[in-house]
Design a protein around this ligand. Structure first.
Ligand code: GRF
Length: 204
């Protein structure tokens, strides 16, 4: 029934998962200085550090990471600000049971610096997405999205913080659906049994 969460930094999404009561059996970071490790420890979650720098190749790191994850026999692997490109072998090994939270309305703005890019593009609607992870970056079946209006005069930081608030709403919801066995992947789409809303419009 448990979830292994992979992080690299701040850990606010990890915190949201823990506060929502998600059963996290371990938090694994590829950086020893990730703030999220303290959040995990403060809440009694097991923590592990696997530094990618010690590995000669991306494949070798991903193999070691997969072995470490398997020690906890999780039902789900949740990426929460895990700043590593994953090999196809890794994503295929966990296919259908690995999720990510991305700070844009995918498929718009895959990759980094999403908020600044959204502002530069002049979009009026931005947001965040929880999706299953597939070999192609930021492209897997979409579980839930939250939409945030872009305001006149928004800065990337202001927009990021409004989007982040919504990340903390949708990620625990998506994980709970998964653990309840309610997510059905149908091609590149995801259906939620019970028809709960898979789109949220942020009020602020
Ligand atoms: C979030 O914006 C998430 O969408 C992205 O990385 C950031 C991680 O933030 N993938 P945090 O570590 O969860 O605070």
């Amino acid at each position: 029934m448990s979830v292994v969460v992979l992080i690299s930094g701040r850990g606010s999404n990890l915190q949201a998962l823990l506060e929502a009561g998600v059963p996290v059996s371990a938090v694994i970071s590829n950086r020893a200085d990730a703030k999220g490790l303290q959040i995990a420890a403060a809440r009694g979650a097991a923590t592990q550090v696997l530094e990618h720098r010690g590995f000669a190749t991306r494949e070798a790191f991903d193999d070691a990471l997969a072995a470490k994850i398997d020690e906890f026999t999780p039902r789900l692997v949740a990426l929460a600000g895990f700043m590593r490109l994953l090999t196809p072998a890794f994503t295929q090994r966990f296919a259908g049971r690995i999720m990510n939270i991305h700070p844009s309305l995918l498929p718009a703005f895959q990759g980094l610096d999403t908020h600044a890019r959204a502002l530069a593009a002049g979009v009026k609607l931005h947001g965040c997405t929880v999706h299953f992870v597939t070999p192609e970056l930021d492209s897997g079946p979409i579980v839930i999205q939250a939409a945030v209006a872009v305001r006149a005069g928004d800065t990337a930081d202001a927009l990021a913080s409004r989007v982040l608030r919504q990340e903390h709403v949708i990620y625990p919801r998506a994980v709970r659906w998964f653990l309840e066995g309610r997510l059905v992947i149908e091609g590149s789409a995801v259906r939620v049994k019970g028809n709960d809303a898979q789109l949220i419009f942020a009020a602020d």
